[in-house]
Each structure stands twice: as structure tokens, then as C-alpha cells.
Ligand binder design. Structure first.
Ligand SMILES: Cc1ncc(COP(=O)(O)O)c(C=O)c1O
Length: 396
């Protein structure tokens, strides 16, 4: 399927003016159908009342599960709607019945909040988080991962596309290791969902977490968790409420048996309809075509940046996605990001390397600018970006 970039941009109010949005890994621009789904529901709530609006929109709300499931190749009863990718991930992670000495294997590029959760669980339950080495290319070393599996390993966690790197981790191979050892595999698809085709069966993951606002172009404060049906019964959510469990008698309750046991009763209904619409919009646009264009634009962007004196690109991995990270030898990342925004109307973000990029810290790079493309960006956007970088790096 060919992408109609003009139509994509026509659907995107953020493309109407002079803004160049290269912060899609932060939050992408919502298309009109998503904006209209969210605002119409809020308008309905304001006219008839929040609970009454949810009843009127019950079919649309319910269709969220089928749409999110179709996006990742799962089943509707394997989907839970939550407020962001971290909540989705935590829902799965803290649902494991951790015992002292249990080991979790993870990549060095794992998301910072997950690293905190591992350390939290280390203090709270006595688990042992193990960082698997990277290959020379920077992706998780699958052979090393397999060598590190022991009788104490309880979980494997890997980010499909890390937050501050263009690379794509070999998720399928990680899934094969997990399945060979009968281990659950929690895949963080926060940056990859909506950007590239996702098929949970092919990936071999048992749980997958993602967010609405990034490459899916949904509203902020939305996300979902997918849990493979065989694993649902093995996971016990850390928290339950009247939405995720039935209170059957004064002393008894039954947790739901499907993935909705990871939800809370109260939810952002407009956001849920918005995320459903975003999943639908991405699938109608064609995720393989989005993926092809994102890769093309990102690799062009990397070429452009390295041609400008003083700049280095830091993305690793043989296969790369839409995230482009770079720095300048003399101008701090924060200053570049602010000037791009204020002087050139170009949105980017700053990635603090923290634990995940010890290689950069070793080279004196503690912060990078992150420019992330989506399918609605154009070659002209990239040319204007190059002009802006050239101007900003010029000695005063
Ligand atoms: C790779 C990755 N994982 C997880 C997250 C957390 O997502 P959220 O902010 O929706 O909780 C992010 C956010 O930037 C991310 O980039």
C-alpha cells in the first residue's frame, strides 16, 4: 500500500502551520479522527453526564479491545486499557509472584522506569536484576542472554525500541530464548507500536506494554497491556478494584479472568475511544507503509546530521527505526533543543543518557538531542532542520 503523505498531513492540524514536529517519540501529532473522537465524547459528557455518556458510547468503548488486539495480533480478551505504557508494564511486572532470589534478565537499554522497578523489587522482594551485555552493535546480546538463564530466572524484559536510541532489539530471537526455557517475556513496545508491524505470535512475547501518544498518535494518558491468554491465570495483579474483581461476599472476591483484571474501574473514556480510533487510523493508513517511510526519513536524517560539521549521531544497531539521537561537540543538547523550538519552530527532545548509555558517558556525552520522525514528516522538514542545525552550530 502506497502512503498518501498529502492526505496524512491534511488529517493533521499540527502540519497546517510552520511547525516541524520531530518529537514523535515523545508524543506524535494526533490526526483529526482521533481529536474528534476525544472532543466529541467530552462534549457528550458535558451534555448528558459522564456515566450516561459512557453508556451511550458503550459499543465504541467496547470496540477498543478488538482494535488494540488487531494492532498487535492478539485477542480482545488479552487486552487491558491503562493510562500509559509504564502502568501497562508495571501491571504485568508486579503481577509476578516474586520470591527472594528470583532473577530477571534485562537489556542495558531498558527504559529507566523499568530499571527503577527492578531495583524496587530487589529491595522489596529480594529479586536479582541481571543486565545482559550488549553486542558490539549495541543491541541486546541474545547468546549472552541465553547463557545467563538459570533455574532462578523468572522473567525476561526487553524494550523493542529503546527510548534514546534508533536501534531495534532482536525481539524475535529474545522470544525464542524465552520459549525454549518456558519463561515469560515482557516486551516494551512503547516506541514500536504504530511505527512498525507488531505480531505477538511472531515476537514470542507473553506480555506487551505500549502507550497511546507516541507512534500510535493517540491521546496522552492512554496505553494498553496485552497478556497472552495462557499467562493470564499465572499473573495476579498487584492491585484490584471493583472493575478488575467481583466482590462476591463480605470476605470473598473473584478477580476477572481476562486481561481486564489489570484495569481500574475509573478510566479516561474519551481517551479510550481516542486510542481505539488511533489504532484504527494506523491500521487503515497501513502500518507496513508507515514503517517503510519512517525508516527512510530517519536514515536520511542521520545522513544529513553527520554531514554538518561538529555533529555526531549516536544511534546503534544494524536495523534502526524513527529515533535519531545526536549531539554537537560544543553546543549542549539542551541549548540546541530550546533554540530549535524557539527560533525555528522545530520540536525535538533531549535524552539524558543515564544508565542505558554508559558508552556515551565514557565519551563525555551525557545528553543527546532526540529527533524522531513520523510518516507525516517530509523531506522539506528535514532540509529545514538541517539549515537550522547548521545555523545553530555556526560559531558566533
Ligand atoms: C522505550 C520506552 N518505554 C517505556 C516508556 C514509558 O512510556 P509512558 O510514558 O507512556 O509510561 C517510554 C517513554 O518514553 C519509552 O520510550
Amino acid at each position: 500500500m502506497e502512503l498518501d503523505v498529502g492526505a496524512l498531513r491534511g488529517d493533521t492540524p499540527g502540519c497546517d502551520g510552520k511547525l516541524i514536529h520531530l518529537n514523535n517519540a515523545g508524543a506524535a501529532l494526533m490526526p483529526r479522527p482521533v481529536i474528534s473522537a476525544v472532543t466529541s465524547h467530552i462534549a457528550l459528557e458535558s451534555r448528558v453526564g459522564g456515566y450516561e455518556a459512557a453508556t451511550e458510547a458503550a459499543d465504541e468503548v467496547e470496540s477498543f479491545y478488538a482494535k488494540a488486539a488487531a494492532l498487535v495480533g492478539g485477542r480482545p480478551d488479552e487486552i487491558a486499557f491503562v493510562d500509559n505504557a509504564t502502568r501497562a508494564w508495571q501491571g504485568a511486572f508486579y503481577a509476578i509472584d516474586w520470591k527472594p532470589g528470583d532473577q530477571v534478565l534485562t537489556a542495558r537499554s531498558e527504559y529507566n522506569s523499568h530499571m527503577i522497578a527492578f531495583r524496587h523489587a530487589e529491595r522489596r522482594f529480594g529479586i536479582e536484576p541481571i543486565l545482559v551485555p550488549d553486542t558490539a552493535e549495541g543491541t541486546v546480546d541474545v547468546e549472552a542472554l541465553e547463557r545467563l538463564v538459570t533455574s532462578r530466572t523468572r522473567l525476561i524484559c526487553v524494550s523493542h525500541m529503546p527510548t534514546n536510541d534508533g536501534m531495534i532489539n532482536p525481539a524475535i530471537e529474545v522470544g525464542q530464548v524465552a520459549s525454549r526455557h518456558g519463561l515469560p517475556f515482557l516486551l516494551d513496545a512503547c516506541q514500536s507500536a504504530g511505527q512498525m508491524p507488531i505480531d505477538v505470535a511472531e515476537l514470542g512475547c507473553t506480555m506487551l506494554s505500549t502507550t497511546g501518544r507516541k507512534y500510535l498518535r493517540g491521546p496522552r494518558g492512554t496505553g494498553f497491556l496485552w497478556v497472552q491468554s495462557d499467562w493470564l491465570a499465572k499473573l495476579s495483579p498487584m492491585t484490584l478494584d471493583i472493575g478488575s474483581a467481583r466482590w462476591t461476599s463480605i470476605a470473598e472476591f473473584d478477580a476477572l479472568s481476562d486481561a481486564r483484571k489489570f484495569e481500574h474501574w475509573e478510566a479516561n473514556i474519551a481517551g479510550k475511544i481516542g486510542l481505539m480510533t488511533a489504532c484504527s487510523y494506523a491500521m487503515t493508513t497501513g502500518i507496513p507503509a508507515i514503517w517503510q517511510r519512517v525508516q527512510l526519513l530517519a536514515s536520511r536524517l542521520r545522513e544529513i546530521i553527520v554531514e554538518i560539521p561538529g555533529f555526531s549521531v549516536h544511534d546503534r544497531g544494524a536495523r534502526k527505526g524513527g529515533i535519531v539521537t545526536f549531539s554537537h561537540a560544543a553546543v549542549p543538547a539542551e541549548r540546541l533543543m530550546m533554540a530549535l523550538r524557539q527560533e525555528f519552530s522545530i520540536n525535538t527532545s533531549v535524552s539524558a543518557t543515564q544508565l542505558t548509555r554508559t558508552d556515551l558517558i565514557g565519551r563525555g556525552v551525557a545528553q543527546m538531542v532526540r529527533a524522531s520522525v513520523h510518516a507525516y514528516n517530509t523531506e522539506e522538514d528535514l532540509d529545514r532542520f538541517a539549515e537550522a542545525l547548521t545555523a545553530l552550530a555556526r560559531p558566533a
